[in-house]
Design a protein around this ligand. Structure first.
Ligand code: BDP
Length: 713
């Protein structure tokens, strides 16, 4: 029997069709291969690229081929032909030694490419016009294919392609702070992607999409578990699960690494000690390394948080960080594994400025680490604040491989509820001049290994990925994962171009959409700094959760977890004196930087209260008092969120309903929280300054006590 539908039902169905077509839940990330709407361009691309020729059939090349097919069917609505010989308008995928290349690319050019670089070039092979994607390795080809797809997605293909790309850093890593029970430390987008209960027998298809996304931006390393590591991760049964993940990720050039606990030999091996110089301990780690490499021959290595925030480490046995790192490095060395040893260490001494501690612990160890150790340093000296100066360790350890650790998950920047494009924060750090080798010695140069004798390089980002359908919670938080990959590939990439590509790939190529959205993104981090921690303020978030304001926090498990420790507001002024007459943290920088930060006249105002205790009446560059200026920033922050809202509200017609509404709702939430931040901080700091909120500004609706009691959940 044929089902009968009422007219009304059919009418609703017709109305819903366009909505369904436009629906987008964000799962595809920037690999959003929707059909090109511009007919002329569609025709042009379809003619120029209608077939491909591939040599080789490794898993990686198959992945490249599949990606090409997927992108073509989505973007162009066509199925490219697979060819047996080269014809006009085909794409040729071939590694260096394939005879078909016929000397197109010189040996010298291949030399430059290294193991992961690629060339995309418009060439003539046997008098046929085609697009060549070539590399020394299969993974280079895969990266080249993703780059080529990006050019189509962003509609930036010109007639003569001449692209050469090589990554500037060796290790381009995501650090997952995922626990074995599925929760994620500081994760705001659901639970862990890793389904430990199901592994190794069941392989979630999502693992492949995760690997595709990473490969598309050149991320080649994933540390699967929390730096506060559960020793169980090294048991046989977990290693088998991890082997399965490594097998899935391998074709995409993504190596697996693990965070390990320093006391694993005690907890798992039953040894009485974890002393890195004890021979049983050394043997235990060597045997463990062998066991891992038998299962996972290309295992990347270990990430270690030691003697930090209660984690065990070599200092528990009177040994140094170098002793600890080197012992692990020795176990991994025969297998070509590396150790990423974190410099995020500080004690609970209320007298010693926390800012000094990482530098003081690590600088003296320069030159003592084995060649397969990288010291992984957080971008700033404290802890992923909305703004920090760069860590003085960059440039200060010329005989050690140093890698960058950024945070992608927005622990201190409004979780996944605030739109904050972190690329500008990353860029600010990378562009900072350390003066290690005179003017122009940027942090980017330092981590590229330009001034060091050790040549391992890397960048890690603490992941913001969870199992929520759109991976990162906020649709715009995806751009932070994307940015980390782009900057790890080339730390000198501009945020402007990253934002441009991301918007085009994720949302739309329409200029009317790109311009306002790019503006929102590029300004968003400064906006957040304004309503949270302007002028160098930091660590004044709610206790422990770090969500919402908590400048009044004055009791904590350790003194340097109190907000009052950081802002030091009193009747005279506000800020932490780190000048030569204060804690002297300025002297950890090279002289030119030290002098700039040390003087209240030359210290950049956006870091003023980081380095100086400043009188409320101090005259700022604007001519306003510090107090008025601080108020101005807090109020500006809120105004700018409101501007983001009105910009976004005008963009409804450009994108799908689903993502439009989601961002709109999140911006409303962000606006409310920004007001809470502003009112809390202004009212609280006013109890010290005793100065009025400048006349023209709207007054907080509620008294300070209201905000102190408020918890943002
Ligand atoms: C802090 C987090 C804490 C992490 C720690 C770290 O609050 O959860 O364990 O950093 O980086 O930002 O080890």
């Amino acid at each position: 029997m044929t089902p009968k539908f009422s007219r009304g039902f059919l009418f609703i169905l017709i109305l819903l069709i366009p909505l369904c077509l436009k629906a987008n839940d964000g799962y595809d990330l920037w690999l959003n291969y929707r059909k090109i709407e511009n007919k002329t361009l569609l025709d042009k691309y379809s003619k120029a690229f209608n077939s491909y020729y591939i040599t080789g059939n490794s898993e990686t090349l198959k992945a490249a081929e599949n990606e090409l097919k997927r992108a073509f069917s989505g973007l162009l609505g066509t199925k490219p032909k697979v060819l047996n010989s080269i014809t006009n308008n085909c794409i040729v995928l071939a590694t260096k030694n394939e005879s078909v290349l016929n000397g197109q690319i010189s040996a010298k050019e291949y030399e430059v490419l290294g193991k992961e670089g690629f060339i995309i070039r418009s060439v003539k092979i046997n008098s046929k016009t085609c697009t060549l994607i070539t590399a020394n390795t299969d993974i280079g080809i895969l990266y080249g294919v993703f780059h080529f797809i990006k050019l189509i997605q962003t509609q930036q293909i010109n007639n003569k392609l001449t692209i050469t790309e090589t990554p500037k850093l060796n290790i381009r890593a995501l650090n997952h702070w995922d626990n074995l029970d599925g929760s994620i430390e500081r994760g705001y987008a659901g639970n862990s992607l890793w389904k430990w209960d199901e592994l190794p027998n069941t392989v979630d298809k999502r693992y492949i999409d995760y690997a595709r996304a990473n490969a598309s931006v050149g991320i080649n390393a994933t540390v699967l578990n929390n730096v506060n590591s559960n020793p169980k991760i090294l048991t046989k049964s977990y290693l088998e699960k991890i082997k399965t993940l490594a097998d899935v990720f391998r074709p995409y050039g993504l190596k697996v690494y693990l965070s390990v606990s320093f006391t694993s030999p005690i907890k798992l091996g039953g040894l009485p000690t974890a002393d890195p110089l004890n021979s049983q301990v050394i043997d235990w780690w060597e045997a463990k390394a062998k066991e891992i490499y038998t299962l996972i021959p290309d295992f990347g290595g270990f990430l270690v948080k030691a003697n930090s925030e209660g984690q065990p480490g070599p200092q528990d046995y009177g040994r140094t960080h170098a002793d600890g790192a080197n012992m692990l490095a020795q176990a991994l060395e025969p297998h070509k594994g590396v150790v990423m040893w974190r410099a995020f260490v500080y004690n609970s001494d209320p007298e010693e400025d926390r800012v000094l501690q990482a530098y003081n612990s690590f600088k003296p160890l320069d030159g003592q680490f084995k060649d397969n150790v990288l010291v992984q340093i957080k971008n700033g000296p404290i802890d992923f604040q909305p703004r920090e100066p760069f860590s003085p360790l960059f440039g200060a350890m010329p005989n050690t491989s140093l890698m960058m650790e950024f945070q992608i998950t927005q622990e201190y920047l409004g979780f996944s509820n605030h739109l904050v494009f972190l690329s500008t924060l990353y860029e600010e750090t990378l562009d900072s001049d350390t003066y290690a080798k005179g003017k122009g010695s940027t942090v980017a140069n330092v981590i590229e290994g330009k001034y060091s004798s050790n040549k391992l390089t890397g960048m890690a980002g603490v992941s913001n990925i969870g199992n929520s359908r759109n991976w990162c919670g906020h649709p715009f938080a995806q751009s932070n994962w994307y940015s980390l990959g782009r900057l790890a590939w080339n730390p000198e990439t501009s945020s402007e171009s990253i934002a441009d590509d991301w918007i085009r790939m994720t949302f739309s190529n329409d200029k009317e959409f790109i311009a306002p959205v790019k503006k929102m993104m590029l300004e968003s981090r400064e906006t957040t700094v304004d309503y949270m921690t302007p002028l160098g303020l930091n660590h004044i978030m709610a206790y422990d959760t770090h969500r919402g304001p908590g400048p009044w926090v004055d009791t904590a498990a350790q003194p340097n977890w109190k907000s009052t420790y950081y802002h030091r507001a009193d009747s005279i002024g506000i800020g932490f004196d780190r000048t030569t007459s204060g804690s002297n943290a300025v002297s950890q920088y090279f002289p030119a930087v030290r002098d700039t930060f040390n003087s209240i006249e030359t210290c950049p105002e956006n870091l003023l209260l980081w380095f100086h205790h400043v009188s409320w009446k101090h005259k700022m560059k604007s001519g306003k008092t510090l107090w008025d200026e601080m108020c101005k920033h807090y109020y500006n922050g809120v105004d700018k969120v409101r501007k983001m809202q009105s910009s976004w509200n005008k963009l409804k017609s450009f994108i799908d309903e689903e993502r439009f509404v989601k961002v709109k709702q999140l911006l409303e939430e962000q606006q409310e929280e920004a007001v809470i931040w502003r009112n809390s901080c202004v009212l609280y700091f006013q109890t010290f300054s005793k100065m009025p909120i400048p006349g023209e500004l709207e007054r907080p609706e509620k008294p300070l006590s209201y905000y102190i009691d408020l918890k943002i959940e």
